[in-house]
Design a protein. Structure first.
Length: 78
């Protein structure tokens, strides 16, 4: 997905729609991760890093240590 902008944007739009239906840090984190993937696919490393870091913070709040670490790793690699 990171190298396919159209697919990344489609998934990000869907994730944002679902996240908007729930008051959940985990759902918002998934939407941030998807948006970060769009930024990465578009070559926006700064935007990708910021969105992955935002996702990490939301995963931390949601008590999701695996996804927290994964997002931090993705932010560092962006």
């Amino acid at each position: 997905m990171l190298d396919d902008r159209d697919s990344a944007r489609s998934y990000a739009d869907a994730a944002a729609g679902v996240a908007g239906m729930f008051d959940s840090s985990a759902w918002r984190a998934m939407a941030e991760s998807a948006a970060a993937s769009v930024a990465a696919a578009e070559g926006d490393s700064v935007g990708a890093r910021e969105r992955f870091e935002a996702a990490a913070g939301l995963y931390e709040r949601a008590g999701q240590p695996y996804w927290l670490q994964r997002s931090r790793t993705q932010a560092a690699a962006a």
